[in-house]
Ligand binder design. Structure first.
Ligand SMILES: NC(=O)C1=CN([C@@H]2O[C@H](COP(=O)(O)OP(=O)(O)OC[C@H]3O[C@@H](n4cnc5c(N)ncnc54)[C@H](O)[C@@H]3O)[C@@H](O)[C@H]2O)C=CC1
Ligand SMILES: O=C([O-])CC(=O)C(=O)O
Length: 348
């Protein structure tokens, strides 16, 4: 589950073997305080479980408008080296206490899609939820790295940025749209075609987090099977772009991806903490405040980034594209620009 980088660290699942004797020395190395907002939901619960298994987390705060205390009490019986506490709005200052002094805040709060909906259809409800939470983060945890999962990510990330700007505490290096699910889907789906180990496959996925704004750069893949046809390649691109719909359809009204998203969110949070801990070459993809297309009015863009002690350390160029990928990028930019403006205007 841990990110691929040079320094070898214990994995989250190996936490289970490190419960008693070694737990304190491990805790001393990486004492991170992490809050999950929306922790009792479909993503929130398994995400919180995976964070409970991560040694880097010593203080886990679970906030939700309902059932956070139940989830926290349940997780608190797992013998890893973190404390877990639940917070709901019936407690005075719940959000303040959940957020105070945190290093990382993950936001999976909000409604998921039903069949026939786009992520943008979630805007009306989720924009309000995310902006309210962002105001509280600005007030109580302006130092935290903020990882936005709630959809539509292309708009919710600009909403958080705008709220923090209003409060005078926006730090572009510490705001992330979590697009890891696109990357892990790409690894999985390409490995099925190449018949390889998916954990060894990495696809450079850029753009945003919805349909045509998700661009897997397959032309940069080495060792694609020579026999792959254009139809197969187009189908693979489509599957990566619309993998979310595949789950929404299969769940048939019961929501969208939760378990694969929890895995993706935990993996991303682990990378953020590795960066804060000054580990070397922590490279992930994320939708961040980016200079890449700023001159075209597109303030946020997903690409590979290197994480460090201050958050984003380096934003990588996306590299060479094929003519078809350049065409995809042009279409992506049109949609992305509108999605970002919609988020910004919501706060204005
Ligand atoms: N970035 C990505 O790749 C992905 C994003 N998502 C998005 O994540 C979001 C959550 O999805 P699920 O967990 O499946 O939904 P869910 O409905 O199961 O859980 C959402 C949770 O948020 C809570 N909540 C609502 N308003 C809140 C508030 N103001 N403060 C704190 N908590 C609040 C609810 O009580 C609920 O427990 C959705 O917007 C979904 O579209 C889902 C999958 C992938
Ligand atoms: O499809 C959705 O609505 C949830 C999501 O973002 C994904 O699974 O990529």
């Amino acid at each position: 589950l841990t990110t691929t980088h040079t320094q070898s660290k214990p994995t989250m699942l190996s936490a289970l073997r490190l419960t008693s004797k070694r737990s304190f020395s491990v805790a001393a190395v990486n004492p991170y305080k992490v809050a999950v907002l929306g922790a009792a939901g479909g993503i929130g619960q398994p995400l919180s479980l995976l964070l409970k298994l991560n040694h880097k987390v010593t203080d886990l705060r679970l906030y939700d408008i309902k059932n956070a205390k139940g989830v926290a009490t349940d997780l608190s019986h797992i013998p890893t080296n973190s404390t877990v506490k639940g917070y709901t709005p019936d407690q005075p200052d719940a959000l303040r206490d959940a957020l105070k002094d945190t290093d990382v805040v993950l936001i999976p709060a909000g409604v998921p899609r039903k069949p026939g909906m786009t992520r943008d259809d979630l805007f009306n409800i989720n924009a309000g939820i995310v902006s309210g939470l962002a105001q509280n983060i600005g007030e109580f945890a302006p130092q935290a790295a903020i990882c936005v999962i709630s959809n539509p990510v292309n708009s919710t990330v600009p909403i958080v940025a705008q709220e923090l700007k209003k409060l005078g505490c926006y730090n572009p290096k510490k705001l992330f749209g979590v697009t890891t699910l696109d990357s892990i889907r790409a690894s999985r789906f390409i490995s099925e075609i190449k018949e390889t180990d998916p954990t060894k496959e990495a696809v450079n996925v850029i753009g945003g987090h919805s349909g045509i704004t998700i661009i897997p750069i397959l032309s940069q893949q080495k060792e694609m099977p020579k026999t792959i046809t254009k139809e197969q390649k187009d189908a693979l691109i489509h599957r990566i772009q619309f993998g979310g719909d595949e789950v929404v359809k299969a769940k048939d009204g019961a929501g969208s991806a939760t378990l694969s998203m929890a895995f993706a969110g935990a993996k991303f949070a682990d990378a953020v903490m590795s960066g804060l801990n000054n580990e070397k070459d922590v490279i992930v993809s994320s939708f961040v405040d980016s200079p890449i297309f700023k001159d075209q009015g597109i303030d946020f863009f997903a690409s590979k980034i290197t994480l460090g002690p201050q958050g984003v350390q380096k934003i990588h160029e996306y590299g060479q594209l094929s003519p078809e990928e350049n065409e995809m990028l042009e279409k992506c930019k049109e949609t992305l620009k509108k999605n970002i403006e919609k988020g910004v205007n919501f706060v204005k």
